[in-house]
Design a protein. Sequence first.
Length: 326
Amino acid sequence: MINMFPVTRMRRLRMNQKLREMVQETEVNTGDLIYPIFVDENIKEKLAIKTMPGIYRYPLIDLPGISKEIQSLGIKSIILFGVPSCKDELASSAYEKNGIIQRAIKTIKNESDLLVIADLCMCEYTSHGHCGIVENGRVDNDKTLEIYKKIAISYAEAGVDIVAPSGMMDGQVGAIRSILDSEGFEYIPIMAYSAKYASSLYSPFREAAESAPKFGDRKTYQMNYANSREAIREIELDIMEGADIIMVKPAILYLDIIKMARERYQVPIAAYNVSGEYSMVKFASMEGAIDEESVVRELLTSIKRAGADLIITYHALDFAKWNKKI
């Protein structure tokens, strides 16, 4: 490109706020955000999560109030995670008709117009903390799919809007799509955790959801963070199996994966701005090292700029409140 200076001056369109806003290419709206909610069957009052300042576990009784607050701020959708009172090797409480998430779905749908997404996994419900059936010290992929199908149907019967399988089992999307369709729930979309990496940024979540594995790790099913081509294979397989929305998790450290997916596929893309990413910002701002609002706006914009249509983020409530003040 020929250098046209001084005729071409890129700074002209940066000279004041109105000009900058007029030519801004990417904008994050409150409606783009999905707020995670932890529902705990064992508590009667909301419980602060120490490693995630500003985030709580809620008892079922608090859901009407928090749902109305979320909706009043302009947030349109939430994703649910449950902490059950009973855990076993088969995660049986995950698919109980009156399980904590099943009751949470019904409560929120009755009390608000929020779109309800339910995370579909077993780690919060198993005594060993893994995302599937463990046999001989490893997660049995195909036996786990049978449990996932039971969970999906229980969510659908409770009135969920979207199911979001997060266990990274091979064939999970196809198995869930097949059972939903065969049971008359063909209209329920699947948001697939398609490229979910074995990240070190999940630790605060595992405290919040009591889902840390009791032995080993999840590297036999979650992805190696060094790989990008593998992520495209995972995403493509999920789309072929019937995923309506695909997801990249985590978000900030994996913007390249979001960008690669956006360039290749026309399906909606979600990105999960995970607990560790949230906590780093929160603790840095509490120490005065950064300005929280400025950083959150920048990081959410970077995720959308990379190609995400939807962002699951613990910053959603703060972001919505800041926007109300503008």
